[in-house]
Design a protein around this ligand. Sequence first.
Ligand code: ADP
Length: 763
Amino acid sequence: MPNRRRPPVAVLRTHAVPAAVAAISLAAALASWQYVRAAVQAQEVARFRERATAGTDALRDRMNAYVAMLRATRGFVEGTGGEPDRLGFRTYVQSIELTRYYRGIQGLGWCRALRPGEVGAHVTAVRAQWNPEYRVWPEGERALYSSIVFLEPLDWRNRRAIGFDMFSEPVRRAAMERARDTGDVAASGPVELVQEAGTERQAGFLVYLAVYARAPRSPEERRDLLRGWVYAPFRATDLLRSTLGDAPARTIGLAVYDGEAETPDALLYDDGTAARGAALTTAQRLEVAGRTWTVRHTATAAFVSRTDRALPALVLGVGAALTVLLFWITRSEVLARGRAEQDARRTAFLAAASQRLASDLDYRRTLPEVALLAAERVADVCVGCVVEPAGPLWFAGHRDPARAEAWLAAAAATGLDPQARTGMAAALSTGQPHEVDRAPDRVPFFAGSPALAARMREDRVDALLSVPLMVRGEPLGAITLLSAHGPFDAHDRALAEDLARLLAAAVDTARLTWRAQDAVRVRDEFLSIASHELKTPLTSLALQSDSLRASAGRGDAEALVRKSDVIRRSVDRLTRLVASLLDLSRINAGRLELELEPVDLAEVARDVVARFEEEAARAACPLSLEAPEPVVGRWDRVRLDQVLTNLLGNAVKYGPGRPVEIRVRADGDRALLSVRDHGIGISAADQRRIFERFERAVSRRHYGGFGLGLWIVREIVEVLGGTVRVESAPGAGSTFTVTLSRAPEPAAAHRTGAATTSPPPTA
Ligand code: ADP
């Protein structure tokens, strides 16, 4: 049967529900992470495309501007009839503010086409006009020559190009021919410009626009009418830097190739920032003056912003944190609910237990029922005991009644060894809870007996918890809860202690109730005895006084004396009874006062014996007193007289027709007084009891009396610091011996205290 202390459903809920919530939350976090990552990536791609297109567009716009400027320059040159002079050209270039508005261009030039026969005259003319060192180079025989006549601005770099025959070099020539044959702008492939010098050499290219003597009408005419080319040389790096800005500031790497193949030969420009194997890259085609360029954009590491890169991780981090938080919150919710349910179960259990205990005062019946309840709801087995005057009262509970019997037998056989340091005996002797939770196979070592160990093994007990039943700081008994499902926790311990309190209160209440009921019964009995006892001498008094009057009428003096003696005895008896009642109330109220003085016990004995002569004679009890010497001590004379009177009265009452011996002697510091009769005697079982209040060992029908005489004797003797004991056997007579110290330590104060602690039943 499953243990009901921790239902499996609750255990499952404690772990499964928070885990499920955490799993859902984690899945959501992962999905969000995935989504954000994809969105960030898409955004990056879009941004990259946009930037790349913007870059290409900027380059196209710039090149278009140069082309437009070249067309304007052609217009200018045509306006001079194809023969611009140096000053005019320079003025023109200055007027368009080349270096200001056309940054990235290396220069703007005029290149004259020369048939072989024209070279000499041309050189001479130029030398004459402005440049004495002018020459057309390189040397050599060629079908058509060309010469850079003007190139503005005429800085040191451009000066190196003056006179150069670009037509002699194939790459340039291809472009120049194309320009000549199409009449449109034509860019060259990559070349090293003749201006190039120094260490930072760049790839370059040139854009040409042919100038004719007049508008040609056919392709053939184009060759014939060709006057030259306006052209612009470009240093690719300067051009691209001025167009797109400096490389270090850019987050997108740029490489430009002439043509569609991205080979090192075709490379015009590479800013060198592109990372190898970068994920984001795009190649765009760009038409530049009749050539196709490939513009390759590649995102650098700096392109992906740190925020964008961190965002998915941030989302994942926040998601994970939320998951942990949710798990924690759900778990504490579930735990709190579990605790609330546990509290409710606990309250229900305690309510059921108190209901059982309240339903019947007799805990001998209710304790086993509560033990069963505990075994069903709190533990697997519950064993307990209550210490009674007649020995421990054992009880046990188990869901299986046969096993409960077995546990009860094993526990009873084990008993409560006061030396035991574990389990119930330990809880009882220390008044503290005692717990054992070890490996299951170790717990039986704490059993205290082989029988109990065997039971523990059979029921696989792996934890036990003993709690004492305490009342006013005293242990009345103990209960032990045994578990076969792991150790007890703080809740179980609190519950066990609550249960122990309930049981202790129930046992205490029952005992107090029973004691009160006993006291009431004893008082009622006493009242009936007392009224009977008082009525007997009163009846005798009434009869005797009537008879006295009759005798007085007859003048019978002898009868008068006899009857007045009888009346006297009745009065004496009444006086003794009333004195006893008075002593009862005095002793109960702690007001037994002593008048200590030197008293001779032998003398007191002689007085009492003398007073008893007549009564003893009537009962046919010969009295003998053995008091050879005075026995003096500091005592209360009247009380000693009362002690002896009570003992002697009993001896005569319970031993009529037999002798009674009284002895008084000194024994060192002590004084001994004994009264011996040969009457009915007292059984051993009754000998202790008869010294208690109202206790009697004879039937009311045969012997009158309050049951107070011996109690008063004991109280007086003890208050004088002495003891009283009896030796007797039924039918063999009794000897009551009083031992007194001759210099008594009066215990009056002590007695007062004691009297108030035992509430009088007559109250
Ligand atoms: P009471 O004599 O009034 O009953 P006591 O207190 O004097 O009360 O005695 C208590 C009981 O002790 C008596 O009822 C009697 O049973 C027993 N008892 C006392 N003295 C003697 C005795 N000398 N012999 C036999 N029984 C005695």
